[in-house]
Design a binder for this molecule. Structure first.
Ligand code: NAD
Length: 252
């Protein structure tokens, strides 16, 4: 018996990075998963590896409301309903200061990270309202809790905004039995981080910035998502789940 047996989940950005781990973990716990991503090649691969009757790939641009409507339709055609939405797709962009960030990049990051979550919730909520049930998990960041030297202002602004949108939706739809929570990951050792940082850099950050002296594995974030998506979290809504190995306790 899985914690998510009988449930249907859409995971945005589910084709690679942390989203791939979330897609696999939710499926392992029994959910049918719809992997929504721009990246068709990796999305198809992950869906195939999970297994044809339990996962499908749906091409999604989270910044495009029409694309969301199509994915909601595809999810219903494939698996009948939608119980869970994991708004995970995101863009970080290079580290810059407030005066250095290109305006186009600023707008793009806000469009994907912040507006994308609004469009996603708006597209999926009518189905959840109709069934009087649902769990939405919006992926913010430790950079949505306090200033973080490893990101840029658009990323910070978008990740703070996600927490606000989460609380708005949690309040508005609480009486419809729809729970909405934010997850705030800290330093996660995604395949991309492993590919871009040297072993020495990873050790240096671990020792100097991270109280647990290590990055998290992506699965350690997926476990929290499974909990929030499941009926075990039946009274958890409007919360910020920080998954940062106590990093926010220090000012680094
Ligand atoms: N990696 C970390 O350490 C870390 C820490 C805190 C928060 N986060 C957040 O976790 C989430 C996943 O991060 P990651 O490191 O796995 O990212 P990633 O870059 O590895 O993967 C992001 C995925 O989102 C998809 N995507 C990008 N734009 C899209 C769009 N417009 N429509 C649909 N899909 C789109 C990409 O194709 C990709 O598959 C992001 O929201 C990120 O901000 C990451």
């Amino acid at each position: 018996m899985g914690l998510l047996d009988g449930k249907v989940a859409i995971i945005t950005g589910g084709a690679k990075g942390m989203g791939e781990f979330h897609s696999r973990k939710l499926a392992e716990e029994g959910a049918k998963v719809v992997i929504g991503d721009l990246d068709a090649e990796n999305g198809e691969r992950v869906a195939k590896e999970i297994g044809g009757d339990q996962a499908v790939f749906a091409e999604l641009d989270v910044t495009d409301p029409d694309s969301w409507e199509r994915v909601v339709q595809e999810a219903k055609e494939a698996f009948g309903t939608i119980d869970i939405l994991v708004n995970n797709a995101g863009l970080a962009g290079a580290i810059t200061g407030l005066l250095d960030i290109e305006e186009d990049l600023y707008k793009k990051i806000i469009d994907i990270n912040q507006n994308g979550i609004f469009y996603g919730m708006r597209a999926v909520l009518p189905t959840m309202i109709e069934k009087n049930e649902g769990s939405i998990i919006n992926i913010s960041s430790l950079a949505g809790l306090r200033h973080d030297i490893t990101v840029n202002p658009a990323y910070t602004a978008s990740k703070f905004a996600i927490r606000g949108l989460t609380k708005q939706a949690a309040y508005e739809f609480a009486d419809k039995n729809i729970r909405v929570n934010a997850v705030l990951p800290g330093a996660i050792l995604t395949p991309m981080a492993e590919a871009t940082l040297t072993k020495e850099q990873i050790d240096d950050v671990s020792q100097n910035l991270l109280p647990m002296q290590r990055f998290a594995q992506p699965e350690e974030v997926s476990e929290v998502i499974v909990f929030l998506a499941s009926d075990k979290a039946s009274y958890v809504s409007g919360s910020d789940y920080v998954v940062d190995g106590a990093r926010a306790t220090i000012n680094k």
